[in-house]
Write a protein that binds this ligand. Structure first.
Ligand code: FES
Length: 78
């Protein structure tokens, strides 16, 4: 089993509009925390999430959160 690439050991804080998003799980995306298709050919697949309204979010960049796509503090143990 492959391990995801750790992009950063801290979340990225963003204010996002309501809508559907795809969080990068492999860590290879060049588009911050969002999927850009770089997982193709790997065993990873992005995680879809939906925001019902505009809100500030802390998206995991270490890729080891147990509550994807949101940071749960796991990065502090890596
Ligand atoms: S960045 Fe915080 S758990 Fe991944």
């Amino acid at each position: 089993m492959s391990l995801p690439k750790i992009v950063a050991k801290q979340p990225v804080i963003l204010e996002l509009e309501a809508g559907i998003y795809w969080w990068c799980k492999c860590g290879k995306s060049q588009n911050s925390a969002f999927c850009d298709g770089s997982h193709r050919g790997t065993e990873f697949a992005p995680t879809q999430f939906e925001l019902a309204e505009k809100q500030k979010v802390a998206l995991c960049q270490c890729k080891y959160t147990k509550n994807p796509p949101f940071c749960d503090g796991t990065h502090s143990q890596l």
